[in-house]
Design a protein around this ligand. Structure first.
Ligand code: NAD
Length: 355
């Protein structure tokens, strides 16, 4: 029996999380594994009700369960709040930090039925299966930052990029272990020709390679990596990056697959794993039954695999998604001529039925 804390959040978050819960019930019926879910306030909706985007009670529930499934947070309504009250800064970053989720896994997997939905040619993306492992709790996003006024009256802003050997080693081990379970190929991304933190990154990653003789390790500079991702993305399997490079490259990799609404993520490292679609709260389509729930449903599959060690159940969900796409069902973001358009709820129901 597993306990899952649901944080539906804002915008389309509640719609896509409801879709994933529907599929979870189908998994329970199909496999006999019991799941208990409980919901907590998080993000803009939590601020509206309690004055705090990340209430203490929510943190307690998250730490007390086996895994967290998050929809998305934020939206224009909360964009003018003081920075520490905004859902992204006041809730999302502290949640990742509090859960100790230092390794963010973002697969870019293309379903063959959707290869034509990519902006790249079918032959470039068909069969694509990349796993980006992004360091999530260090680097420039968490480093000291300040502003100062210079003697001439102009303003200087400073963000500091710091990494320690321990921070690099723990996330690199996650990437090596994953590479070992996949094709045995690991590409570490850095900017070692310019940045000292990247030179340390490369040293530490190379230092671990001896412990993983079955993994072929390559290093690539981040600018070349961005170029190679659109030139010949199938050369990559597991890709290891620091926080900011990974933020940018994983969004770029996601677009190779056609829609941001298709891509899941897992944030691991602490006792409780965090699972969420990579998209945001999509205020432009919220409440209209237009959101694609597949990214959240595939995040649930990652939870079954990585937090609960139920790879067969995870594969059932992934296979059900693939079947529904093969049958021609599409949400509006991945709609193609000749296919049948369905809403958020109907897509989740179809996937549940195919399990
Ligand atoms: P977004 O990902 O919410 O939306 C980008 C575009 O993709 C929009 O046109 C949207 O309609 C579409 N889209 C996103 N998810 C979709 C889905 N499941 N199905 C169909 N279409 C989908 O990014 P944004 O517009 O830059 O941000 C909106 C809000 O979300 C902002 O407040 C932002 O800060 C927040 N945000 C939150 C998270 C998070 O909670 N993890 C991540 C990114 C952005």
């Amino acid at each position: 029996m597993y306990t899952i804390t649901l944080l539906p959040g804002d915008g389309i978050g509640p719609e896509v999380v409801a879709g994933a819960v529907h599929v979870l019930q189908a998994v329970q019926e199909r496999t006999g594994t019991r799941f208990i879910t409980r919901e907590a306030l998080f993000g803009g909706c939590a601020y509206d009700e309690t004055g705090n985007p990340f209430p203490e009670e929510t943190l307690k529930l998250c730490l007390d369960g086996d895994a967290v499934l998050l929809g998305a947070v934020g939206g224009p309504k909360w964009d003018t709040l003081p920075v520490e009250k905004r859902p992204e800064i006041g809730a999302l970053l502290p949640l990742r930090k509090q859960l100790g989720a230092f390794a963010n896994l973002r697969p870019s997997l293309i379903f063959s039925a959707l290869a034509d939905a990519s902006t790249l040619k079918r032959e470039v993306v068909d069969g694509l299966d990349i796993m980006v492992v992004r360091e999530l709790t260090g680097g420039i996003y968490f480093g000291p930052k300040h502003r100062e006024t210079l003697p001439d009256g102009s303003v200087k802003a400073v963000d500091i990029l710091e990494y320690s050997t321990g921070e690099i080693e723990r996330v690199a081990r996650v990437a090596f272990d994953l590479a070992r379970k996949r094709s045995g190929k690991l590409t570490s991304v850095d900017k070692a020709n310019v940045l000292e933190s990247s030179r340390l990154w490369r040293e530490v990653v190379s230092g671990l390679a001896g412990e993983y003789p079955d993994v072929e390790l390559n290093h690539i500079l981040v600018d070349n990596c961005a170029m190679q991702l659109v030139r010949y993305p199938k050369q990559f399997d597991v890709m290891l990056t620091e926080n900011m490079f990974g933020d940018i490259l994983s969004d770029q990799a996601s677009q190779l697959t056609g829609s941001i609404g298709m891509l899941p993520s897992a944030s691991l490292g602490g006792k409780v794993g965090l699972y969420e679609p990579i998209h945001g709260s999509a205020p432009d389509i919220a409440g209209q039954n237009l959101a694609n729930p597949i990214a959240t449903i595939l995040s649930l599959a990652m939870m079954l695999r990585y937090s609960f060690d139920l790879p067969e159940a995870a594969a059932l969900v992934e296979q059900a998604v693939s079947s529904v796409l093969e049958e021609g069902y599409r949400t509006s973001d991945i709609m193609q001529p000749g296919m049948r358009q369905v809403g958020t709820g109907e897509m989740a129901e179809l996937i549940g039925v195919r399990l």
